[in-house]
Design a protein around this ligand. Structure first.
Ligand SMILES: Cc1cc2nc3c(=O)[nH]c(=O)nc-3n(C[C@H](O)[C@H](O)[C@H](O)COP(=O)(O)OP(=O)(O)OC[C@H]3O[C@@H](n4cnc5c(N)ncnc54)[C@H](O)[C@@H]3O)c2cc1C
Length: 415
């Protein structure tokens, strides 16, 4: 017996950081929206809301303010007011000061669990949202006018005009839509942990480049540090297995004494790093956002910020079209082409920047480290290069979405 499908305008597959944000952004548009997320928000294994820390740019803070979640995040957010970049074992370094660029901070460091909790709290309050969680999208059937989605555990299937893939780097929706993705394995693993040191964190983020990969030491609101240590897979396996005292000693050797003696470490987690990039971000009645569109190396902390701009832009395009024509087909080729065009330069720019940094600082060919030192010193002396870098906090290039500029969606009153 076939079960009647539940009809919606937009079905979002994946309620991680990016998919959950899109569901909130679409709420004031009046569109009928479904969100399907495979893992319960409080589950220890929730892949998006885990113990990682995320550096949020100023544009992201604006989006979160507009979505009504920033007030829940702010008390646990540590501002980055100074950035110190160095090349391990060499003399090249650069410093950036937020005050010199007329901004309070380059961004804010928050743990993913705090972000997840704030988003979930707001989502639970959306009465019109068809929220299926925990439920997995198990099959996607593309049709000319609608897309049919099966979800497990069994519930009525969904029929959507537009399906948004926010289901991460190994996106089921992307595969079902036949959209190819290039995958490049960096042969690096990020070992992530929270560390307490003799000197409490006070607004300085350290980015240090080593031949094995970059590592970041980020300030946390409780005075501790979020450490993202990128290593070769073999070295990461070794570091993951070390007792705490030996891990701290190894980290101290690699990072030095800038924050004093490293005293304690919390639980460590390991993330193999790949660049996964879909060749196009739209297909028939399908839009890709966040890691489903591009999953980047964490160097420079851009992946989520970029993914959130995907979500904010898609919400803006849909709101504009609905305002022009209440009966618009939100999954039509014209709507999707507009979304893809608006995302193109930001997406390409940030992807090239992060990939380029990983490769430049991993290059040990004769002469390259010296050129890098020179480059860093020149950067340190160039106010315009630093100004360009500080603008990354809003987006790389192209049209910055309204929500990231602190403006409401078209046709929607500000909160
Ligand atoms: C070590 C590390 C540090 C990072 N630091 C930063 C940083 O400082 N700043 C920054 O901007 N970015 C950072 N990033 C990147 C950032 O974590 C990602 O860009 C972000 O998590 C992407 O979110 P997402 O919602 O697109 O995807 P994901 O986080 O992968 O979420 C996908 C969601 O979809 C769900 N899902 C998958 N398949 C299905 C299905 N079939 N049905 C239902 N649900 C499904 C999953 O359960 C999950 O919740 C970092 C990444 C790493 C690895």
């Amino acid at each position: 017996m076939s079960v009647d499908a539940l009809r919606v305008d937009v079905a979002i597959v994946g309620g991680g950081l990016v998919g959950a944000s899109l569901a909130l952004a679409l709420e004031p548009t009046g569109l009928r929206v479904a969100l399907i997320e495979g893992v319960a928000p409080e589950a220890a294994v929730q892949p998006s809301f885990d113990d990682r820390t995320t550096a949020l740019g100023n544009g992201t803070r604006r989006v979160f303010e507009a979505l009504g979640v920033w007030s829940a995040i702010a008390p646990a957010a540590a501002p980055i007011r100074h950035i110190h970049v160095s090349d391990a074992g060499r003399y090249g370094f650069a410093r950036l000061e937020a005050a010199e660029h007329g901004i309070d901070a380059f961004g804010y460091v928050v743990t993913n669990r705090v972000l997840g909790a704030a988003l979930q709290q707001r989502l639970s309050a959306l009465t019109a949202l068809e929220l299926r969680r925990p439920a997995r999208c198990s099959a996607v059937t593309l049709g000319p006018d609608v897309v049919r989605l099966e979800t497990t555990p069994t519930a009525p299937p969904l029929q959507a005009r537009l399906v948004v893939a926010a289901d991460g780097a190994n996106s089921l929706v992307r595969s079902a839509a036949g959209l190819p993705a290039e995958i490049e394995d960096y042969q690096q693993v990020a070992v992530v942990a929270h560390v307490a040191a003799a000197r409490a964190a006070s607004g300085i983020a350290y980015e240090r480049f080593t031949p094995d990969g970059p590592f970041a030491v980020l300030p946390l609101h409780n005075g501790h540090y979020g450490v993202v240590w990128t290593l070769t897979p073999q070295a990461a396996e070794h570091v993951m297995a070390l007792p705490d005292a030996e891990y701290l000693a190894a980290l101290q050797r690699a990072f030095g004494w800038r924050i004093g003696r490293l005293e304690r470490v919390g639980q460590r987690s390991a993330y193999p790093l790949k660049l996964t990039r879909a060749s196009v971000v739209t297909g028939s009645r399908v839009a890709l956002i966040g890691n489903a569109a591009q999953a980047l190396h964490p160097v420079a902390g851009q992946g989520f910020n970029l993914g959130l701009r995907d979500a904010a832009t898609l919400a803006e395009v849909l709101a504009e079209r609905c305002r022009q024509d209440a009966a618009v087909d939100v999954g039509s080729d014209a709507v999707l082409a507009e979304f893809a065009a608006r995302r193109s330069s930001d997406r390409d720019g940030v992807t090239r920047l992060t990939d380029g940094l990983v490769k430049l600082f991993g290059d040990t060919r004769p002469g390259v480290p010296l050129l890098r030192d020179l480059g860093l010193l020149l950067f340190d002396l160039s106010p315009s290069a630093k100004q360009a870098m500080s603008r990354l906090s809003w987006g790389f290039s192209g049209q910055i979405p309204r929500l990231a500029r602190g403006l409401p969606l078209p046709g929607v009153k500000s909160a």
